[in-house]
Design a protein around this ligand. Sequence first.
Ligand SMILES: [Fe+2]
Length: 436
Amino acid sequence: MDKFEYFSGIPEVGIVPRAPHAGPLLRHVYEQELGRGGFAGKVTHTYHLYPPNNWLPDETKTLEGAAWAPHWDSPLRDVGGTHHALGTIEPAVTGDVYRGMARLIANPTVAMNVTAPGASMDYFFEHHGATLVFFIHQGSGTLETLLGPIAYRRGDFLIVPKGLTHRFELGAGPHYYWVYESFTGDPEKAEAVTTGQFLTHSRSDYKFPRSLETRNEAGRFEIVSKVSGSYTRRVHPTHPFDVVGWRGTYLPYRFAVEDVRPVVADRSHVPPSGHTVFILPGCYICVFTVRSAEKEGLWVPFFHKNLDYCETLGYHSGQFFSRGGVFTEGMVSVHPVGLPHGPHPTALKALLDGKRPERFEEVGIMADFANPAQISDFALGISRPDYMKTWSGYVSDPRFQHSPTRLGEVQAAAESVADVRDVLRPKGSEGEAGSL
Ligand SMILES: [Fe+2]
């Protein structure tokens, strides 16, 4: 045994040959390759007790998608120039993670869905068209995969690579997940050259399967696959988790939102991009988490028009102060490309009145979708009416209404604060601007 083999850098578990596609072990186990990029990209090899395509020859059938998962492929419409506040969905009494899936927003490369499963799966699932990014808003359980189980709980992201055979075993209590499908690539860790690889999180925060529970069982094992709007069921006579070993870097993992260590700034406002955790083709996912409020910078969101992305924000926990109490946990806001938004009037008044909180006790998951993004009929069905009216304080509150003296007041204010400088500034910079 080469004692330095441990440092090869490619994880391996259980019984594997010395190298892929090589060695006498391959006459005793069956090798399967899960490969991206036409087998030139990320890859993992699994070694099976039985041939992976030992399906029963007469039992493969196409499922009627509208009956099997009625809302997953909900028709898409243009978002248009209206903001949406999506209410929560009812828990599925009998539906599982996938049969209860409902599409909310999608562009050509990414879709956002919601599911509130009420039952564990009595089948296995393979998404042949997308890598899945789950966010567990509520619930706990075990993601059982070909490569071993991953326990999860509220506040976790779960990444399920495209094509990986898996099922969800639900823990007790209610469940509520947001699910992002990435059709053309896997989520990549976001990091900037200026802040390095440990902000806003580290790769060491990713938790991969840690045990392999090989199942040598006979029976009828159903695997449902999905690609685009097509669902197919096949039946195998042996348990799909018959893997005795695996090697590779194309893996499922868990990432706890608790491990996001946000960038904060005392003297300025960190833009949403500073909170990005994952980058997908055509989408980025940000986490706004518990953090201290800016001391001398703008501590509410600036008014903005996002000119290339449709913004979604899932409200996970907290009071969401900047949204003026409009949202409760589990709701999702949809802010279309180009349409201005920002702090709600109550939040802006608190800023103007100097009522700065010490901390933001809130967690939100933002996923922004590159244009052209569309909204589903299902989402429109749970869209709360009158969300556009929640900014009405800007036209009804005298503080924000037209005043003939407004220009003069601003000019006077500008003059009075012209020489005000940050309290948090370098020593020795007390002189007037330009006198240093
Ligand atoms: Fe926004």
